[in-house]
Ligand binder design. Structure first.
Ligand code: FE
Length: 344
């Protein structure tokens, strides 16, 4: 072999190694994610995942119900490997629609408390959202408040703002009450609550807090992250409205405050199943958990992860440890009860 040729074959070997390496990266492959969370609330985390693993994440974001419909209509041809969405009621619908599959992972089982994952592994919670009571500081003292049940007491007549029964957050709250107290008691409660409405339900959670601040009602029910968003957002009027109310954690002497999750499910026909599980496992790592909870003003689903400063200000609370798959199971009963109670 001539000297020149030796150099050439040396270069070829370097080239082969480089090719091997790049196929190695390519073999890490990709994962296709359908996310009901907005890009800004998840993309930085996905980028970090890609940096660490070499796995490319193809992200499709959209409305939660639209993404589920899309998964159903795509069927086996769906490119999606993982679905991220909010509310256990929606995750239950995805399971019922047959678009998910059960996955087993010791990492996921260790990280996600039992209440916040589907028993067979069809979905896993990624963050916690609480749905407490907000009261107008000028009109109500926290000592007058106690539980969701108490909101049906006649003392609150004409004083409560809550969004419509078409909203899954309220359906899930009512579903949790069915799980704890049965349908009959829940129906009586719903009828009493509706009698106490300050107005016919309209708007989203933020609008209930704004209505209280504007003097339309004294009590609002809302998820904490809306309150957090109002307190820290750029909208001056929203901030002022949020500052007029305070947060009350209901049912602390009993089962705890109603909580829900954002969560993820591996799709039934995932072509990149292993990578989907890797991404799920990444999302429950402590660093991911603190970031994801913080940008969404939500709580980490995993124990032992530090809360953001804002969440710490709102204080520790006891959360209902009902398995959230119950929310989906009781959803249709909840909807019927709300309808019969006249909850618009
Ligand atoms: Fe929401």
């Amino acid at each position: 072999m001539s000297f020149k040729k030796a150099i050439f074959s040396g270069a070829a070997m370097v080239l082969t190694a480089a090719t091997l390496f790049s196929t190695g990266v390519m073999a890490a492959g990709e994962v296709n994610l359908y996310s009901a969370r907005k890009e800004a609330l998840i993309k930085p985390l996905l980028d970090r995942f890609s940096e660490q693993t070499g796995i490319k994440v193809n992200l499709v974001t959209g409305d939660a119900d639209a993404l589920l419909k899309r998964l159903q209509s795509e069927g086996r041809n769906s490119p999606a490997d993982l679905l991220i969405t909010t509310d256990a009621g929606r995750l239950y619908r995805a399971v019922e629609a047959g678009v998910t599959q059960a996955v087993e992972s010791e990492t996921l089982r260790q990280a996600v408390p039992e209440a916040y994952r589907e028993p067979a592994g069809h979905w896993y919670g990624l963050s916690l959202r609480a749905r407490p009571i907000f009261y107008l500081k000028d009109k109500v003292s926290p000592g007058e408040l106690s539980s969701y049940e108490d909101l049906a007491d006649p003392k609150w007549a004409g004083r409560i703002c809550i969004r419509s029964s078409g909203n899954i957050y309220n359906q899930s709250l009512v579903a949790s009450m069915i799980a704890h107290s049965g349908e009959e008691k829940t129906e009586q409660w719903a009828a009493g609550l509706v009698r106490n409405f300050a107005r016919s339900p309209k708007g989203g959670d933020r609008d209930q807090i704004k209505a209280a601040a504007a003097g339309e009602c004294d009590i609002a029910v809302a998820n904490t992250y809306y309150y957090g968003g109002m307190l820290t957002g750029k909208d001056e009027s929203e901030r002022l409205a949020a500052e007029k109310v305070a947060l009350f954690w209901p049912n602390q002497s009993g089962r705890g405050t109603h909580v829900n999750i954002s969560g993820a499910a591996v799709t039934a026909h995932a072509g990149n199943r292993d990578n989907a599980i890797k991404l799920l496992e990444f999302l429950v790592q402590p660093e991911s958990q603190s970031w994801y909870a913080e940008v969404n003003y939500e709580y980490p689903v995993r124990d032992g992860v530090a809360w953001s400063d804002l969440l710490q200000q709102w204080g520790q609370f006891k959360s209902d440890n009902l398995n959230l798959s119950q929310l989906g199971k009781n959803n249709s009963s909840a909807v019927m009860i709300m309808d019969r109670a006249g909850w618009k």
